[in-house]
Design a protein around this ligand. Structure first.
Ligand code: AMP
Ligand code: MG
Length: 328
């Protein structure tokens, strides 16, 4: 009998044409010769290298200007590949079967084969199976796990399309596979399942509630002060737009006074901004946030007033990214 994951994967096999297949073949060769490749995932575009090749992975850190203690997520195309890099436990296997392929990264004890540089010096590694046919085919064709952070310079909003990848780090990548706009638009959830209790290290595409419903136990949040220790990436300011961003739970902020301001949110603002991007719902707000930030940067607005979303579902991840963008 097919597992839930196998059933989902069956449905992902279609949709890649011959031209894309040969591009993927070329990209896989580049990965195997230690080069970097930009590729689509359902969350955001990734900057990929062979996760087992320390020299190739170092190129990711220098291309992004990423601090070396911020570990990378390792992308796999099947359970066998996952087992080759981390120690699996029954809870991880259950979560993989429930949420993979999909935006859930699992932190587990790393095997020795994973170079220190890939895991930022930790004894654990984060792994996930992306829900994107091009990404899956690339990993399959390369035959090695692919370490990939978002394909932007450190501190910039993550890219959700191929054009933005070229704009941001085009000079560092051998090629960028174009899979159209990302469907989730925010990064994956990072869940630590290496210990007794599951701990949410970063909210993302799979919500805390969905994980709790599947596991029938609470998902813990890291204690104050502990989160940066457990998930080094959260220590750094992310997603910083060039224009200052201020959060509001109403429909205006006095910070906009006398300035050329931009509004993003799901409802109409109170006054007339120079730029206004209204999303249909929280899902669209999450999906389009990074693109909207880059659009507003180009518009000449002096400040962004962003409406705080409702914290349920994807709203928690969206709020997290907005807070980081605001630099609070
Ligand atoms: P990014 O690649 O920019 O999406 O960031 C990856 C995120 O995963 C960062 O927030 C890291 O801190 C987190 N991460 C990756 N590997 C680990 C690990 N072994 N333990 C804890 N967090 C991790
Ligand atoms: Mg990133």
């Amino acid at each position: 009998m097919m597992s839930r994951m196998e059933e989902k994967l069956e449905g992902r096999k279609t949709g890649i044409d011959g031209e894309m297949l040969s591009e993927i073949g070329l990209a896989a060769q580049k990965i195997l010769s230690g080069e970097l490749v930009g590729f689509p995932t359902e969350t955001v575009y990734g900057l990929g290298a062979n996760a087992l090749d320390a020299e190739a992975v170092k190129k990711i850190y220098s291309a992004k200007g990423r601090p070396s203690d911020n570990p990378l997520i390792i992308h796999v195309c099947d359970i066998k590949m996952a087992e080759s890099v981390v120690e699996l436990n029954w809870r991880a296997r259950f979560l993989m079967d429930t949420f993979w392929p999909g935006p859930l990264s699992l932190v587990l004890k790393a095997k020795r084969i994973v170079p220190h540089v890939t895991r930022g010096g930790l004894d654990t590694a984060a792994i996930r199976m992306p829900d994107n046919p091009i990404a899956l085919e690339l990993i399959r064709a390369a035959g090695v796990p692919i370490a990939a952070p978002s394909a932007n310079r450190s501190g910039r909003p993550s890219p959700t399309d191929a054009v933005t990848v070229r704009e941001d780090i085009g000079d560092a990548v051998s090629m960028v596979l174009d899979g159209g706009p990302a469907v989730v638009g925010l990064e994956s959830t990072v869940l630590d399942v290496s210990g007794e209790d599951p701990v949410l290290l970063r909210p993302g595409g799979v919500s805390k509630e969905e994980i709790e419903r599947a596991l029938h136990i609470p998902v813990l949040l890291p204690c104050d002060g502990e989160s940066t220790k457990r998930s080094p990436g959260t220590r750094y300011r992310h997603y910083a737009p060039e224009v200052p961003l201020v959060l509001t739970d109403s429909s205006y902020s006095s910070e906009a006074e006398g300035k050329k301001w931009a509004w993003i949110g799901t409802s109409e603002p109170e006054h007339s901004p120079a730029v206004k991007i209204i999303f249909r719902d929280t899902e669209e707000y999450a999906k389009e946030l990074f693109r909207a930030l880059r659009t507003i940067e180009k518009s000449g607005a002096e400040i962004i007033i962003a409406q705080i979303p409702d914290e349920s579902g994807i709203g928690r991840a969206l709020k997290d990214r907005l807070i980081r963008a605001s630099g609070i």
